[in-house]
Design a protein around this ligand. Sequence first.
Ligand code: DOR
Ligand code: ZN
Length: 349
Amino acid sequence: MSDQIEIIRPDDWHLHLRDGDMLKAVLPISAALFARAIIMPNLVPPVRTLDDMRAYRSRIEAALPEGSAFKPLMTLYLTETTDPAEITKGAETGELTALKLYPAGATTNSDAGVKDFTRITGVLEAMQEASVPLLVHGEVNDPDVDIFDREAVFIERVLEPLRRDFPGLRVVMEHITTQEGASYVNEANENLAATITPQHLIINRTDIFRGGIRPHFFCLPIAKRENHRQALRKAATSGNPKFFLGTDSAPHPLNAKECACGCAGIFNAPVTLPYVTQVFEEEGALDKLEAFTSLNGPAFYRLPVNEDRITLTRTAPDPSIFASVDAGPGGQVVVFRADTPLNWSVTSA
Ligand code: DOR
Ligand code: ZN
């Protein structure tokens, strides 16, 4: 088997870049590897209007390294007061790629999310009409629902009725973590797709507690049992165009992770591509890697495939991989499993 793989430059279909010093610290890492990324809008305060979105895009562009061709694909944070006219306008100008739906309270910075789904019907109609995809954080936040069941319950209680009411709405179930999520997407029509993160292909819920509590393995949706990890591996490596890479790289400063009530979020941008390649190799599916990282996403989003390529090399040491990243006054951000040897590294990008 070849020790080098060349693939079309990947895109990241789910990325948290934050703002300020953190943005400056993490953006160059993603920009060096990926051509484009869907930029999550869960800032504090959230990116709610086209004006917020334009201002955030300008801050991202200003933080890009000189000469970088990286393109941020911008999203709005869907709230109960989002104006449907903004959707139509943003779609017309091409500035708005998608809207992100957070059920209120489901995850980090989701307080402004949706509580009453009847209040967003006007926005969903405008999205359906303008073909703007809805990206869902697919978990209910009902405290009576066990954290490990929240994705499966979301499908039943929220997603299925919503898709029935808006059959033309294009939906991405972000960061699926369960067998139920993978099957639901598999069986649905072409208006539903899903992103999958590297961590959910690599860790299961037992890993979060292996030898002690591991805050850097905590993200939402939380990793599930091993059978779910296996189902996600099968979906990602199947070649099915409904599944594509969204890293959900979500940096938090070390002191916000290693404390009594640590934040959810895994920072994986520097190690995603080696890890994903390793997973595809383990599954005997290296021939499907490019579809997952570089072809399926653009097809769903109706965007052109990237023109240049990157090279991954087996076991070459990768100087771009480090244990943590300095995020300025905010402190260090710990990289996902940087201490675990990787079989692949990006040698030209
Ligand atoms: O683990 C997560 N972190 N899940 C999310 O949905 C949000 C993200 C963040 O913004 O940190
Ligand atoms: Zn996310």
